[in-house]
Design a binder for this molecule. Structure first.
Ligand code: NAD
Length: 383
């Protein structure tokens, strides 16, 4: 019998993220033994009972629900974890906050800025602990980038560049909508690559390089009509397949962002590069344990890009894993966020990004979409 304080989790949505979060809660017990709190997988909710039962058995949930409202109404749930498609985030989060539950919500916060603002209001009114799963912040190499930037080693920052490239929607016969393809349906997803992929790039950028003041963007929908799986009819596609935008940060640096699902050969190529007066940093999700660093103060005969394998015990999170030199993976970012959320309950400090912090990402996403629609620069502070 554990002597730890319990955080009783109610998970909603048994898809991709339902699995990564469940894995996070399970692993945190083994690898973060010093935490005062321990997650207890109390209940999982899927609309289909057989699916919920199979998921509960696979991941060790004690019980199942088929209606998320019933899950929220339970007295034996402390925290609600929202792993549903984007159209459900606001309704569930607002109801969970009203029921006094802590909330861990998948990104993007919601489909639109307006929906997101309603969520932040509800959370603030309820005063419940909350976090949004912008998990890339918690890959050790990305956290190390943050530490290097905060130490001032880069000096004045001139440029921030990020890409998130995929190729899975190039096929013009791919339908839109329905269980597997909700990302193609604007009514469910809110937007295309802007909310799905650029939101990650923007969250990391705001964290590493501060606020974005204004943007100019272009979007494109390469395939304009697709069969909708729920209606069986060919319907207009309302999501953005690709988006590029330029921006200015409040620290005076310039930003260049690109995301597309039409970059043949790329499955999930998230990269960023930051160029400062004294040094530069770059990172690539496909080689996620590595951080590249160029320091202009190095001896000129030895100067060059260093490739840092971020696996040593004095680098972020790595004292919790194996031995120096052995890498970790994508899934560990979720273990780290679960650990940081549990730690935040112990310390009382918020677990970033909170809903309020994630609202800043929503503002930039909205500014990007507005600018692409109008063709004009858009000021984020005016939103
Ligand atoms: N942090 C990340 O890196 C990351 C990666 C992928 C997805 N996401 C986000 O996570 C969320 C879920 O994405 P996913 O890839 O897991 O999708 P998914 O389609 O794999 O899973 C969604 C699940 O929600 C269930 N669901 C839908 N409506 C429901 C309802 N009313 N009640 C209960 N269950 C319901 C579906 O049946 C499905 O099992 C999205 O908001 C997405 O943007 C984040």
């Amino acid at each position: 019998m554990s002597t730890k304080k319990q955080l009783r989790i109610g998970l909603i949505g048994c898809g991709f993220m339902g699995r990564t979060h469940s894995n996070g809660y399970l692993r945190v017990k083994n690898f973060f033994p010093d935490l005062a709190y321990q997650p207890v997988l109390k209940a999982v909710c899927s609309r289909t009972e057989s699916k919920a039962r199979a998921f509960a058995e696979q991941w060790g949930y004690e019980s199942v629900e088929t209606d998320w409202k019933a899950l929220i109404a339970r007295n034996d749930i402390d925290a609600v974890d929202i792993c549903t498609p984007n159209d459900m985030h606001a309704e569930i989060a607002i109801a969970a906050a009203a029921a006094g539950k802590m909330i861990l919500c998948e990104k993007p916060l919601a489909r639109t800025l307006k929906e997101s603002e309603g969520m932040v209001d509800a959370i603030e009114k309820a005063g419940v602990a909350n976090t949004v799963w912008y998990n890339y912040r918690r890959l050790p190499a990305v956290t190390l980038a943050k530490q290097i930037i905060d130490s001032g080693k880069l000096g004045r920052i001139f440029h921030y560049r990020a890409n998130f490239l995929q190729d899975w929607t190039i096929n013009a016969d791919l339908p839109q909508g329905g269980a597997a393809l909700w990302r193609m349906d604007a009514d469910v997803a809110g937007s295309g690559v802007v909310g799905d992929l650029l939101s990650h790039c923007i969250d990391t950028a705001l964290w590493l390089n501060g606020s974005i003041t204004n943007v100019t963007a272009m979007t494109e929908t390469f395939v304009k009509e697709r069969m909708h799986q729920l209606t069986g009819k060919v319907e207009k596609v309302n999501i953005d397949d690709a988006c590029s935008f330029l921006c200015r940060f409040s620290n005076g640096s310039l930003g260049l962002f690109e995301s597309t699902r039409y970059a043949r050969g790329h499955k999930a190529l998230y990269t960023f590069e930051i160029n400062g007066e004294n040094a530069s940093i770059r990172w690539d999700l496909h080689d996620l344990n590595r951080l590249e660093y160029f320091d202009n103060a190095d001896d000129s005969t030895l100067r060059g890009w260093r490739s840092i394998h971020v696996t040593d015990g004095d680098q972020p999170y790595m004292d919790k894993w194996w031995v120096p030199g052995l890498g970790i993976g994508y899934e560990h970012s979720f273990v780290h966020q679960a650990a940081d959320f549990l730690k935040s309950l112990e310390t009382g400090a918020p677990c970033s990004p909170t809903f309020k912090e994630a609202l800043e990402t929503q503002k930039v996403c909205q500014a990007v979409l507005d600018s692409a629609a109008s063709g004009a620069w858009k000021d984020t502070e005016a939103l």
